[in-house]
Design a protein around this ligand. Sequence first.
Ligand code: UDP
Length: 316
Amino acid sequence: MKTILITGGTGFLGSNLAKRLIKDGNRVICVDNNYTGRMENVEEIKESPQFSFIYHDVCAPLKVAEKVDQIYNMACPASPPAYQGKHSIETTKTCVMGAINMLELAKEHNATILQCSTSEIYGEPLVHPQVESYRGNVNPIGIRSCYDEGKRCAESLFFDYHRHEGVNIKVIRIFNTYGPNMDPKDGRVISNFICQALLGKDITIYGDGSQTRSFCYVDDLIEAMVRMMNSDKEFTGPVNLGNPGEFTMKELADLVVKKIQSTSKIVFKELPSDDPTQRRPDISLAKKMLNWQPQIDLDAGLEKTIVYFKGQLNIQ
Ligand code: UDP
């Protein structure tokens, strides 16, 4: 049994990870300020003696009395509507100060720390599919830069703490992921399309719908995260984690409408600025080093996700 701290532990990914780690017999300390995290995501595990919750903003240093073995640093709003606009400065602070504070905690506890970085660090990619050696094409002053540059700076901090302070680090770059525990009001494409289709509302495609994304079902991603955390000490990453199946947003909208047999009509809205045109992970490194590849395709993953959102929206 290990003691594992998760920042962002009540969020979509954090709560799925917490459940998995508890099932594996670990002790889990979940840290969150619930800005986008939700206590209902940890309802099932909240009473477990293996679980505890610390209400905390990672922008402030954190002291933990018991010895921590592993830290997953996941705290950060991750949906464009949540991280942009009036929350953009907090987003950069969460990425940068959160990384420093959690790296200091890892150093103090001699814990291994895993950083949840993102495909966003590639910006509007000029290399397709994206490989880890690609350095990206980020607009440093655009509306997404609070997140993109914040996450890039966090990667930089992780490698400097590794080089100069001897901290054991792991860096993963997460591509679009979906599944249970997403907030219906999150604003990301899969939650929007499914909820709109279930409620008979217009399906909102931004732009002409020709932009692409690659969607990974959450259970596949969590498996890869646990493998990465427990991989050889020398393997720091960064490593891409995602499902290489690539779809246009128009294809996604059509698939969701068909699966739900919805009467919703598709409407086209303005494309937000700096919205990447294409995105697909090259996962050769994850296959080789973690012996991992996704098992759940978009069709099967959407099936499970639709059941979850029906529950959230009280639809039979
Ligand atoms: N998108 C869309 N309709 C929506 C929400 C998002 O067409 O209701 C598009 C968005 O412009 C982007 C893609 O879907 O091109 C993925 O958006 P999301 O916010 O899920 O994640 P991103 O990959 O942009 O961080």
